[in-house]
Design a binder for this molecule. Structure first.
Ligand SMILES: Cc1cc2nc3c(=O)[nH]c(=O)nc-3n(C[C@H](O)[C@H](O)[C@H](O)COP(=O)(O)O)c2cc1C
Length: 366
């Protein structure tokens, strides 16, 4: 067991930071290597150029569950990386397919900006095979949303109380269902908090997150995926051995309790929600929901709004059944599936998250 008294003292007093030369330490903590894909290099092959943007798509737990195969001169096959799954929180891979849909939409938008049109065939070999085949042909048009791809980031911060104007509500209404009524917002807020706590208190779902935590620069650069934590205080605790995975699994540890309180404050600071639902829940519906999600993200980026998925109540495991049912009762027509629930509002500038470089995602790079 970690030395709890020492951990407490450090969490409370910042003793370690004082001892390690704070200013110099803070200045060097950005994991530049892990963030390099946000400055895509020019590629002669339009498919690689579009794919270098596609890898920036939002995806659950930043697993980046995509692999691509370049075929001939103009075709891309998109595969799901079966080594990158979330068996506890996404047992049916629904969220992974949403991420893959966002990847496809980003690729299509980036190709359009370079004058290429992309013909997409979903699931060309049926459900067990590749996710999609994409054929690039010349003649695409740039969609203004493509200008936002490099600026789009999930905004996991507290939002201000500022509400959207009626005009903005109506514009965004083309991209998602929006929740604005104060009573409805309050109900969803409580739901997201309860669901988050269930995920934290269910050991196997918590473990899935803990195993994916990358704390501090060295861990993030070594594995540019998962749940990155850049906070220098946490990095210091990690480096000194005081914040190991066993401590992170102890939900009653004061550090974890403080984290939960802080996260509830963020969840509380939410003026609106956006919701994406589908009438059915096939793989195609999930891919389409991901494409819609990407467009919603880009539109909110263009409008200066923050967007933050809060997916816990939508997850399909037994401990979440009651919240899942309530989420569907509140947010969808009977029989429909809520694919995404997102906080929406005005917040501080969000930061970029790590990505594996494109080359590591191409199965047959020449
Ligand atoms: C299907 C799906 C579910 C997600 N669920 C959550 C969530 O519950 N909580 C959260 O903080 N982020 C969630 N995210 C956001 C991802 O964590 C985020 O996209 C990923 O870390 C990459 O960061 P970026 O969107 O800023 O590029 C979700 C994203 C997708 C596509």
């Amino acid at each position: 067991m970690p030395n709890r008294r020492r951990f407490l003292k450090i969490v409370g007093g910042g003793t370690i930071l004082a001892a390690t030369g704070v200013a110099g330490f803070l200045a060097t903590r950005t994991p530049h290597r892990a963030l390099a894909p946000w400055r895509p290099e020019p590629y002669g092959d339009p498919r690689k150029a579009a794919l270098s943007y596609a890898i920036l798509a939002p995806n659950p737990h930043n697993l980046q569950p995509w692999l691509v195969e370049l075929i001939g001169q103009n075709t891309v096959r998109i595969h799901r990386d079966t080594d990158r799954e979330l068996p506890a929180t996404d047992p049916y891979h629904r969220q992974l397919y949403i991420g893959l849909g966002a990847f496809i939409e980003t690729m299509v938008l980036a190709a359009g900006a370079q004058g290429f049109q992309v013909r997409i065939e979903y699931l060309p070999d049926g459900e067990g095979g590749s996710v999609a085949e994409a054929v690039f042909v010349s003649g695409g048009n740039a969609d203004p949303l493509s200008d936002q791809i490099l600026k789009r980031h999930s905004n996991k911060e507290a939002f201000t109380a500022q509400r959207l104007s009626d005009t903005d509500m109506s514009t965004l209404g083309d991209y998602a269902d929006l929740i604005a009524d104060a009573g409805d917002v309050a109900q969803v807020k409580e739901l997201t908090k309860r669901a988050f706590e269930i995920e934290m208190r269910t050991p196997r779902t918590l473990k899935e997150s803990v195993d994916l935590m990358r704390i501090g620069k060295a861990e993030i650069n070594a594995n540019p995926d998962g749940i990155e934590m850049r906070d220098p205080m946490l990095e210091t605790l990690r480096l000194t051995g005081l914040l190991d995975n066993e401590t992170l699994m102890d939900v009653d540890h004061p550090g974890n309790k403080a984290f939960l309180r802080g996260y509830f404050e963020i969840l509380d600071a939410t003026p609106h929600y956006a919701v994406i639902t589908t009438a059915r829940n096939t793989r195609r519906d999930q891919l389409d929901a991901g494409r819609q999600l990407m467009r919603l993200y880009l539109k909110t980026t263009e409008m200066g709004l923050g967007l933050h998925p809060v997916s816990q109540a939508l997850q399909e495991y037994p401990e979440m059944e009651t919240e899942y049912a309530l989420a569907h009762e509140l947010l969808a027509s009977p029989g429909h599936t809520v694919q995404m629930l997102l906080r929406l509002g005005y917040g501080p500038e969000p930061i970029a998250t790590p990505r594996w470089p494109l080359e590591t995602r191409i199965l047959n790079d020449a």
